[in-house]
Design a protein around this ligand. Structure first.
Ligand code: HEM
Length: 410
């Protein structure tokens, strides 16, 4: 443990704006052992170079069972968005060679080509969500826009029939806004898993043109995914691609609404039919206030030195993407929102073998949501003071509970 005084981590002010505390850590204790709200102690890595190195370091394992009894017992060994759900084997908590095999198989199904072909559907979904509130002059952009878009998009892509997609919306809603009923989240996860298991079983007999069918078809050196593996894979795609994208859209729009000059530039470029600024803007919004504040857990397989600090075997390590992406050693004027920023190699999608598999889909959804909303509601503005907005608590993810806006109804 360091002797430096602990910065005010995990307080309510920290939840609204963690960046000053991360800046403090970056300068004073770049690899810092903090006590998390759950009581678990974990190393926080806040400098860009250390963060990037840690994300790619094979001495840091994703598998909690083998390396840390402590974090395992905390029940918070999560994929982005996971809240105390049953832990199961999926890409984010396994190491090579199992990870290599599963990732290769899923990459054969979840291809950039499939994502690109999906663009018209994402735009159609985005348009119909905007139309559902455009006549009202006000909306909550989290509940009515950022939340439903990714869940319908990934359900469609997986091949979940439209008539069942509202069930997913409800189950996903439970994960994002637990109702306080005990076991609600666990029950939703169970229902989703059961539904996906059943769907995979049915699709096996009648393969179609969807991601689940491609997951069943995918083979590598003659090897296929088992039904259980395909169900776990579909589930992780839903889980990892859901709250993250909600927050990309929510945090992104919130940031834009607070930066009128940058917003006006983006509107002008959209009105001129240009795509380039929108593309770089989505990357910059991810860097500036990304959805994943801390990368998912890692555990030291062996003692190692990280950023000059000795980390013991079994110690949990959390890479602070939100800190690394504001590091002045890597980014010029890191606290300035520069929608046209070049050389923007942010870590918002991670780095190394666990680099986000869904990044092309997230970018597509981000561009559609932000571009279409700003084009169709040209005078959209925040309806409340920033201080009145609430951020969802949670260690890994950063996102707003609600985002009330007003605009001239159309
Ligand atoms: C992994 C971020 C959207 C699927 C990751 C990781 C990050 C991330 C940081 C690495 C975590 C780590 O190394 O600990 C994001 C962000 C998103 C987003 C910021 C939205 C803006 C999506 C979408 C999908 C997806 C839409 C799929 C539909 C995955 C999967 C992994 C992953 C499967 C695990 C990859 C592996 O372990 O090999 N994501 N993600 N993500 N993401 Fe995303």
């Amino acid at each position: 443990m360091q002797t430096t005084p602990s910065p005010p981590l995990f307080s309510r002010e920290f939840g609204a704006d963690p960046y000053p505390a991360y800046a403090w850590l970056r300068e004073n204790a770049p690899v810092y052992k903090a006590e998390l709200p759950s009581g678990v102690a974990a190393w926080l890595v806040t400098r860009y170079a250390d963060a990037r190195a840690a994300l790619a370091d094979p001495r840091l394992s994703k598998n909690p069972d083998r390396h840390s009894a402590q974090a395992h017992h905390s029940g918070r060994v999560g994929i982005p968005g996971e809240r105390g759900a049953n832990v199961m084997t999926h890409l984010l908590n396994i190491d090579p060679p199992d990870h290599t095999r599963l990732r290769r198989l899923v990459a054969k199904a979840f291809t950039p080509r499939r994502v690109a072909a999906f663009e018209p559907r994402v735009r159609e979904l985005t348009g119909s969500l905007i139309a559902s509130f455009a006549g009202r002059g006000e909306a909550d952009l989290i509940h009515e826009f950022a939340f439903p878009l990714p869940i319908y998009a990934i359900c469609d892509m997986l091949g979940v029939p439209r008539e069942d997609q509202d069930d997913f919306r409800d189950w996903a809603g439970m994960m994002l806004h637990p109702s306080g009923k005990r076991g609600g989240v666990g029950r939703s996860v169970k229902r989703m898993r059961a539904y996906l298991g059943d769907l995979i079983h049915r699709k096996r007999a009648d393969l179609g043109d969807d991601l689940i069918s491609d997951l069943i078809r995918a083979s590598d050196h003659g090897e296929h995914l088992t039904e259980d593996e395909a169900a776990a894979m579909s589930f992780i795609l839903l889980f990892a691609g859901f709250e993250t994208t909600v927050n990309l859209i929510g945090n992104g729009l919130y940031t834009l609404l607070r930066h009128p000059a940058e917003l006006a530039d983006l509107r002008r470029s959209l009105a001129a039919g240009e795509e380039a600024l929108l593309e770089s803007a989505v990357e910059e919004l991810l860097r500036y206030d990304g959805p994943v504040e801390l990368a998912t857990w890692r555990f030291a397989r062996e003692p190692l030195v990280l950023g000059g600090q000795r980390v013991e075997r079994g110690d949990p390590v959390l890479v602070v993407l939100a800190g690394a992406d504001r590091d002045p050693r890597r980014f010029e004027r890191p606290d300035v929102l520069d929608l046209a920023r070049r050389d923007n190699q942010h870590l918002g999608y991670g780095h190394g073998i666990h680099y986000c598999l869904g990044a092309p889909l997230a970018r597509l959804e981000g561009r559609a949501a932000i571009g279409m909303l700003l084009s169709e509601l040209p005078d959209i503005r925040l309806a409340v003071d920033s201080d009145d907005l609430r951020w969802r608590g949670g260690l890994i993810m950063r996102g707003l509970r609600s985002l009330p806006v007003e605009f001239t109804s159309s």
